[in-house]
Design a protein around this ligand. Structure first.
Ligand code: ADP
Length: 398
């Protein structure tokens, strides 16, 4: 019988899921993908592997947290995949700290360690851990694997990892970790097929979504990232500011008298594109808007991206290619064009027609630095790790 694995990505009010199936001896295949929303919006929806809607409903009873979201999901999975037992659950976990440098089979001891890392990622890690615990409780026989957003960056040099604060601050784990690692790992895994000339090149991968970062890759390995200790640094994001003078944080406490909670909310949920535009955190809304503040938000997004490309190029000692991925990177030819234009000084020459068509290669043939669009797929990476680590094909029960 085929193997099935469930991939979970738990947030504060949504539980994103993907179901993968691996027919014997074949590649993993996406069966369905969707989300259970348990916040202000209450909804369960899923599409199959080719995008047909399988369910889009408001749950009968109100869902208050990820445990209840998981129950709702199990209910739907049972009706959709009757008789199939999930052989393993793979989780996206934002922070692996210094200890987890690769996918890890979850044990009670691993869960305590993940809980210990909550202060390093307070807006993501608690939800990741909560849903791992809920699966352990409700599906005790199903093995679980944690895949970390930090792991791909584990090989950064000690200089790239450094946060130059006193050792009593650093001792608790304050260093640059880097995030979006599952996305970068996927890009690194397909780059040799998509563009063989990039496999050993110096590449800047720009993951531009609601959360945004860049990764400096050499030989398909991460050597630096614009995100560091938390998911706040680097590029301007939908609701996060990106690089910020820490003096501003002191000012918010000292002069504005804001509470810790207020400052946290400002930094994670009220800044970035949303704050500049005053309209939306969604790039599509901003590109369509005629408001000057929306134009300014887009301009700042592009400016910061170009600036970080310069920094990543310096970390790499030069750059051979730029790869765009994630919601904005994959879909917005305008943002790609503007970032490439601002990077012309590095030798990037866009092919406007190829960019407009969302071709894989979007730079001209004479461009010194090539530019590419490669759609990311973090979930397939989690499914592959989960299958590999749990040695599927032998564990499936009926
Ligand atoms: P997340 O970090 O939540 O996974 P995504 O990778 O899905 O985010 O990216 C979401 C962002 O992508 C939003 O800002 C959205 O506006 C943007 N986006 C999606 N499609 C387009 C498009 N066609 N043009 C411009 N931006 C787009």
């Amino acid at each position: 019988m085929d193997d099935y694995s469930l991939v979970l990505n738990a947030g504060s009010s949504s539980l994103k899921f993907s179901v993968y199936r691996q027919p014997e001896g074949k590649e993993w295949r996406l069966e369905s993908r969707g989300s259970v929303e348990s916040g202000a919006s209450q909804r369960i929806y899923a599409k199959d592997g080719v995008g047909r809607i399988l369910i889009d409903e408001i749950p009968e009873a109100t869902l208050y947290d990820s445990r209840e979201a998981l129950e709702e999901l199990r209910h739907w999975l049972r009706s959709r995949y009757e008789g199939v037992q999930v052989a393993g659950v793979g989780h996206r976990v934002v922070h692996g700290g210094a200890r987890f440098s690769g996918p890890t089979v979850i044990t009670p001891e691993v869960i305590s360690e993940l809980r210990r890392l909550i202060p390093l990622a307070p807006l993501h890690q608690p939800y990741n851990v909560a849903v791992i615990e809920a699966v352990a409780e409700r599906m005790p026989d199903v093995p679980q694997v944690a895949c970390f957003d930090t792991s791909f960056h584990a090989g950064h040099s000690s200089v790239a990892q450094l946060v130059p604060l006193p050792s009593e601050v650093r001792n608790g784990g304050v260093r640059r970790y880097g995030f979006h690692g599952l996305s970068y790992e996927y890009i690194a895994s397909v780059m040799p097929q998509v563009a063989p000339e990039l496999a050993e090149a110096r590449v800047i991968v720009a993951h531009l979504g609601n959360g945004a970062s860049m990764c400096a890759m050499k030989n398909c390995k991460s050597i630096d990232s614009t995100l560091g200790f938390s998911a706040l640094d680097g590029l301007c994001m939908g609701t996060r500011p990106g690089s910020l003078d820490p003096g501003v944080v002191l000012y918010m406490f000292q002069d504005l008298g804001l509470s810790l909670k207020d400052v946290e909310t400002i930094l994670y949920r009220k800044s970035g594109l949303l704050a500049i535009s005053g309209i939306s955190s969604d790039m599509r809304d901003l590109l369509e808007s005629k408001e000057p503040a929306a134009h300014l938000a887009v301009e700042y997004f592009v400016y910061r991206a170009a600036k970080e490309i310069g920094a990543m190029a310096a970390a790499l000692g030069g750059v051979d290619a730029i790869v765009f991925t994630a919601g904005i990177g994959q879909n917005s030819s305008e943002i790609r064009a503007r970032i490439c234009k601002a990077s012309e000084w590095l030798g990037v020459q866009l092919d406007p027609a190829a960019n407009y068509r969302h071709d894989k290669r979007i730079s001209g043939t004479t461009s010194k630095v090539s530019a590419w669009v490669i759609p990311t797929d973090e979930e397939i990476i989690i499914a592959q790790h989960t299958g590999a680590l749990l040695g599927f094909q032998s564990t499936l029960k009926n």
